[in-house]
Structures are given as C-alpha cells and as structure tokens.
Write a protein that binds this ligand. Sequence first.
Ligand SMILES: [Zn+2]
Length: 291
Amino acid sequence: MRIELLKQILAVPTCSRQEGRMVEFLVQHVRQRGPARCGEITTDDWNNVFIRKGSIGILPCVAAHIDTVHPLRPVEIVQHDGILFGIDELEQRTGIGADDKAGVFICLELLERFDNISVALFASEEIGCVGAHHAPAAWFQNLGYVVEFDCPARGLLSYTSGGVRLFQNDGDFIQRAMPALNRHGLTNWQDHPFTDVMALRERFGISCLNLSCGYRNWHRSDEYVVLDEVQAALDSGKDLLRALECRRTPSMLTAAATPRQCWMSPAFNWQYDDQSESRQARRRGRDRPAR
Ligand SMILES: [Zn+2]
C-alpha cells in the first residue's frame, strides 16, 4: 500500500461542514491518476465526493467519511514503529482525523485495484451523517451493496449502526460475505453509533457492511493509525469485493424496511447478544426526544 498517500491524506485539514480542502485534494488526486486508474469523480453541494469506474450495470461501492472532529489546522504526520500520529505547531500530539481518513485511503487503494467499482466519500458524518442523508438518490441506483470502512482497529464489524441493521440476516449478501470476513478475522460484531451506511440502508434499503480500518483513539489528541491494521483492512476489502462480485440479488433489498424483523440464524457464529439489543432498543426509545 502507498504509505506516502496515506500520510498525505492524514495531513489534509478537514472538519464537519468545512471539508473543502479534502474535496479539493481528492478531486486533484483522482484527476492526476487519470480515468483508467481512478474513473470519474464528481462532487455535490454538500461536499460529498463520488467516484465511478467501469461500465457494467451494477457496481460495488466502498465508502468512508471525509470530515473529522478536529479543528482545521496544520499537522505534521510522524511515522514511528509501525504507527502514524500527528504533531502540531507547538510539537504537541494532535488528532489526525484518521477517523475516517484511514477509510478514505482504503477506498482510494481499492479503487485502483478493481475495474468496476464506485466510491462514496461523505461529508459531515460526525454531526449526524448529514452528507449521507442528502446525497443524490440517483447516484445509488445501480449499486450492489456498500462497504464502509469506519470502525477502529482491526477485526470489528457493525452489526447495527445507530440501531439500524445493515443487511438481511441469512440473505445472499451476508452469506457470500461471511467466508471472506472470517478469513480476515472480521468476526467481532458490535452495535455501533451511527455512520453513513446507516443513512444509506434507511434511505435505499441497500445491503451494507462497516468494517475496521486501523485507526485508534478516535476523536482524541493521541489518535494514531497502525499501519499493519490499515494493510489488513485493505486486504480484507479486496477479498470481500471479489467474493461479493458486481451483483445485486433481490433479497438484498427486500428486508430493508423492517431490519429488526430479520432474526439471526444459529448457523452463523454471531458474537452478539439479542437480549442486550432489545434492552438498548428500549433505552433508545426512552431517550428519543418527542417530535
Ligand atoms: Zn468515523
């Protein structure tokens, strides 16, 4: 993998509603690499960035978000003992927004490894998936599924995101994905707070996954990236996309409206406790503000 590119991305200042510099960086990068390697890039009024490569009907989609919680300021990226971290002008450790620039990097790497692929990079995820909620529906019409890279460390997957199940249990999508996920040690299913695929699943009923991409201590000044874990995420992404291929089956779309009604099959080794999910659902219900 291109560690220099990862460092470049980590050094671009970006935060929610102020992703302009990152958008500029991405447009320049993709155009410089050229359409044969990177396809065509477009942006929208919300600072979302979309890339499409290949001519076949149904494309796989990989995703990440381009905003961070850190203020816009210059940061020096330091590499030491297999990790990358950030130093500010006062030589203090500072957050590098590896959540989710590590995901952005993996998407750009996968883009160049497949002939038919699409990439969605969302703005303002950290303030409520604003970009994903407003992204143009037409762009998502011919996607088979969306794999986002916005979990920390390695081996983690979102079973739910913001309380939304991301795929139909026992559906074709997860059955085809499971062997690749297992091979790469992606076995730690968890309930996670919202990320962009929650909005996409709710809006379009598309099957989604959200996977680890190697960032640690997210949202903190001592945030860092483990290079081995980024590489592991890239390897798992490659294998997963090959396993899922460029297709969409009807079952990927049918269960979306009622994700909570798709119960788990004992055939899968879900490290997951449905009891705690219903407790969480009740808690969420209580906490939800009245409309
Ligand atoms: Zn994130």
